[in-house]
Design a protein around this ligand. Structure first.
Ligand code: SAM
Length: 214
């Protein structure tokens, strides 16, 4: 008997075929809430590289924006480290789940689309965290997503970006999503006054880890 295909594969394929690259996220979170699917990126704890970074970078009341906040673990980590955090996700079910998981949270969890962000977020954040979200959208959307991302960063702030490193993948056999990033694509976030500060890899070269400032 063959193993059933995971729900994220089935839902993303249908969503992409319909020309809607992001509908499947909420469908997947909704199916997971009913116990009918697993969300493969759910860790139940903050992302390990962000934990290391946050330990050395207290927020001291500065504003942070977490892109693709999912179930809230990274946002809560930063709030505990003194950042005033907004976490946003395109999936209303994920945003609601984060609010339910952390009922006393100081984090402002909102539904928003990286491709159409609120105007008041322009250059409004001292820290912008983008971990493995833009890579979850097809490459056609990448230039617009990177422009939005760069636009969130306030002067003097820091943007953290981590995506699967294309250089570590076998492009012949790779099945998307996600769509990995080349080093040059990570560097292209340095636009409109944003500068690359550092670019390396973590997880034995599997993921880019980059920092930017304005
Ligand atoms: C692969 S998950 C990564 C979640 C989290 N950042 C992590 O590291 O575990 C991608 C997340 O981004 C959200 N997302 C996808 N496209 C988005 C968009 N255009 N705007 C905002 N959130 C988006 C999805 O709903 C999902 O929660």
């Amino acid at each position: 008997m063959s193993t059933p295909e995971p729900a994220d594969r089935v839902l993303s394929r249908a969503s992409l075929a319909e020309g809607n690259p992001t509908a499947w996220f909420d469908e997947l979170y909704t199916a997971a809430a009913r116990g009918e699917a697993e969300v493969p990126w759910t860790r139940g704890k903050p992302q390990a590289d962000l934990v290391t970074w946050a330990a050395e970078h207290p927020g001291e009341g500065r504003r942070a924006l977490v892109v693709g906040s999912a179930l809230g673990d990274d946002s809560e980590l930063l709030a505990a480290a003194g950042w005033v955090v907004t976490g946003f996700d395109i999936a209303p079910t994920a945003v609601e789940a984060a609010r339910v998981r952390f009922p006393e949270s100081a984090v402002d969890y909102v539904v928003a689309d990286l491709l159409k962000p609120p105007g008041e977020w322009h250059q409004a954040f001292d820290l912008v965290v983008e971990i493995m979200n833009i890579q979850a959208m097809p490459r056609d959307f990448r230039p617009a997503a990177l422009t939005s991302l760069a636009g969130f960063l306030a002067p003097g702030g820091t943007a953290l970006v981590s995506e699967v490193a294309e250089e570590s993948t076998d492009v012949e056999t790779w099945v998307s999503p996600p769509w990995p990033f080349s080093r040059a694509e990570i560097e292209s976030i340095a636009q409109d006054g944003v500068r690359l500060v550092s670019l390396g890899t973590v997880r034995d070269g599997a993921r880019h880890w980059a920092t930017f400032t304005r």
